[in-house]
Design a protein around this ligand. Structure first.
Ligand code: HEC
Length: 172
């Protein structure tokens, strides 16, 4: 008698588990379905001349300084970001966007970065931060780079937020 009740309870428990499981699975199916709906759009973009990824301008527009501040933790061993902050292993990075490359006062740049010439445009910052040693061979910024475009967009949006009069973002 006792045994039978026990079995019955276990059976009910199992049934409940199955129901919960099916519900969870059903929930999981929703985002998968949504992804699939996006699929054809991505395929169209990939087969055409346009890049399948969002443009850098679009990523910059979508990025927030708060996201960039998180990514910038990777830079803090060498850089300060706040306006008026000190140079460390690398120069203070406030007011960098649109500024002359390798010309922050009081910092001893390598010849590689001091000799780059021109100003830090969004595109040049994007290229430099992808792989500093490729953009400025011989640079003393011994940082491998940020491989994810989204991380670069975020940290560059953060740099723009710390620039007194940042140039407008490139068109999406
Ligand atoms: C290991 C130390 C180190 C790390 C980590 C590092 N940097 Fe640098 N950075 C430097 C040094 C050193 C320089 C000067 C390079 C030179 O003179 O060759 C520099 C230069 C720069 C410049 C050029 C500044 C100018 O005035 O022209 C930018 C922009 C920059 N870093 C951004 C970043 C960002 C953003 C990060 C994090 C994602 C980062 N760095 C991480 C050391 C570092």
């Amino acid at each position: 008698m006792f045994k039978t009740i026990g079995k019955g309870a276990a059976g009910a428990g199992l049934a409940l588990l199955v129901v919960v499981g099916v519900n969870l699975y059903g929930d999981l199916l929703v985002p998968v379905g949504a992804d699939q709906a996006v699929g054809p759009v991505g395929l169209t973009a990939a087969s055409g001349p346009a890049a399948p990824e969002a443009s850098f301008g679009a990523m910059l527009g979508a990025a927030t300084a708060a996201d960039g501040k998180k990514v910038a933790k990777k830079c803090l061993s060498c850089h300060t970001f706040d306006p008026g902050g000190p140079n460390k292993v690398g120069p203070n990075l406030a007011n960098t966007v649109g500024a002359d490359k390798g010309k922050k006062p009081g910092f001893a740049y390598s010849g590689a970065v001091a000799g780059l010439g021109g100003k830090w445009t969004y595109d040049d910052l994007n290229a430099f931060l992808t792989k500093p040693s490729a953009f400025a061979p011989g640079t003393k910024m011994t940082f491998a780079g940020l491989p994810k475009a989204k991380d670069r967009a975020a940290v560059i949006a953060y740099l723009a937020s710390l620039t007194a009069a940042p140039p407008p973002f490139p068109a999406p």
